[in-house]
Design a protein around this ligand. Structure first.
Ligand code: HEC
Length: 109
């Protein structure tokens, strides 16, 4: 009797558990698309190397507070990458690349 109860318990747990995992996975995806502002995108994808203020320079990342690269050059590098910086084409949308490039201009000191 006890064993029967246990068995039913596990079986009934699997589906809700699967649903919860599915919801978490979906929330993760929609979070990604909800990164709208350049700042949010920057903080999600760029701070590891460039730091919050653009000056961290991990992996010899260029200090963005001192970069005077014009907008089109920024778009090009963010899209296609350069040396150890990976390209973000396909990782984030074109609009997101635009916003994050604009945000890097705000980091100039
Ligand atoms: C893996 C580390 C890494 C990540 C993550 C990274 N970068 Fe970079 N970034 C670099 C490196 C290294 C360079 C210098 C490349 C070179 O030497 O030509 C660079 C250069 C740049 C430049 C060019 C600056 C200049 O004056 O030439 C821009 C703009 C830039 N990154 C923006 C970004 C943005 C925006 C993100 C996030 C979407 C990002 N980076 C994510 C490592 C990174």
């Amino acid at each position: 009797m006890n064993q029967l109860f246990y068995y039913a318990g596990i079986k009934e747990l699997i589906f809700p558990l699967f649903l919860i995992l599915l919801i978490i996975a979906m929330a993760q995806c929609s979070n990604n698309n909800e990164l709208k502002t350049g700042k949010e995108i920057y903080q999600a994808y760029c701070v590891n190397c460039h730091g919050v203020d653009g000056r961290l320079s991990t992996n010899a990342a260029i200090d963005l507070s001192r970069s005077r690269l014009p907008m089109d050059g920024r778009l090009e590098i963010i899209k296609n990458g350069r040396v150890t910086m990976m390209g973000f084409d396909g990782v984030i949308s074109k609009d997101q690349i635009d916003s994050v490039a604009r945000y890097t201009l705000e980091l100039q000191k």
